[in-house]
Design a protein around this ligand. Structure first.
Ligand code: HEC
Ligand code: HEC
Length: 229
């Protein structure tokens, strides 16, 4: 859950910006603002309540519905999720890892925390091609080879590393959205990480560590300041 950053995005923040651990994975109604309102206006995007609460969480979803949401970006009603949720990267994880995530989500305390819906989107963003994720350049005889191959899987096929550390191309706003990430530049860094480079803004800079842990270095800060201004 940490490697995959689920907890980071799906837990609400206290006023001081730290995660509200009494509502772990119960969703944050004010996670970001995205330009998906009428005429492209900004609307609030919440992260969903992933606890087993039957009415406000995923307690009544089947295992398959939960997996379709985080692997393919389609919810239990068949509606596409906004590509702030990195399903296009999680898509490439092993079935056994996806099953383990579902088993974990079923086992955490249920928390009632309603998250408002946003306007409907037309289609989910397409998944990353696993074949396009760079391979290790180590020779297969190198003692670190197996570790590097496993690291490619962790960083590129399960982890959110690839999501934050790759340039974003845009959100899934049309009927046939293009790729969320620039596949020619996997792991080459992003001027401003995650959703912000797709035109989103945090509702409040203090509500999400994802949004406040953005680059402070020269290579990223100007883009970030523009996105936040
Ligand atoms: C970068 C932030 C981010 C990360 C990381 C993230 N999510 Fe999400 N997730 C979201 C957002 C935002 C939504 C709401 C999407 C929407 O409503 O269109 C969402 C929606 C979902 C949904 C749909 C639930 C519903 O009620 O519609 C599931 C399931 C889900 N996420 C599971 C996960 C899991 C499991 C992980 C870790 C493997 C994860 N998410 C990591 C941001 C994130
Ligand atoms: C939520 C977005 C996000 C996720 C997920 C994320 N990173 Fe980062 N990472 C950043 C940001 C932003 C920086 C730049 C921090 C700074 O410069 O202060 C960074 C910096 C780094 C650095 C330091 C690089 C340097 O040039 O100093 C490394 C190494 C790194 N990340 C590796 C990873 C790995 C490995 C993963 C997955 C396990 C990961 N990151 C997941 C956002 C993220």
């Amino acid at each position: 859950m940490h490697l995959l950053a689920c907890t980071d995005c799906h837990t609400p923040r206290k006023a001081d910006g730290s995660p509200d651990t009494t509502k772990l994975l119960a969703g944050s109604a004010t996670f970001a603002m995205a330009p998906i309102g009428p005429d492209g206006g900004l609307v609030p995007i919440g992260t969903s309540n992933l606890t087993p609460d039957p009415t406000t969480g995923v307690g009544n979803w089947t295992d398959a519905q939960i997996k379709t949401a985080f692997l393919d970006g389609v919810d239990d009603q068949g509606k596409p999720l906004i590509s702030i949720m990195p399903y296009f990267a999680f898509h490439n994880m092993r079935a056994s890892d996806a099953d383990a995530i579902v088993a974990f989500l079923r086992s955490i305390p249920a928390v009632s925390n309603p998250i408002p819906e946003h306007p409907d989107l037309l289609a989910p963003a397409p998944p990353i091609s696993a074949a396009a994720i760079p391979n290790t350049t180590l020779a297969s005889t190198d003692p670190n080879y197996a570790s590097a191959v496993r690291g490619r899987y962790l960083a590129g096929q399960t982890g959110a590393c690839i999501e934050c550390h790759t340039k974003h191309l845009g959100l899934n706003l049309g009927a046939s959205p293009g790729p969320a990430l620039d596949a020619t530049k996997f792991f080459a860094g992003a001027r401003s990480s995650s959703a912000i480079s797709s035109g989103c803004r945090p509702c409040s800079p203090r509500r999400s560590s994802l949004r406040t842990s953005l680059p402070t270095r020269p290579r990223g800060s100007s883009g970030l300041r523009r996105a936040l201004s």
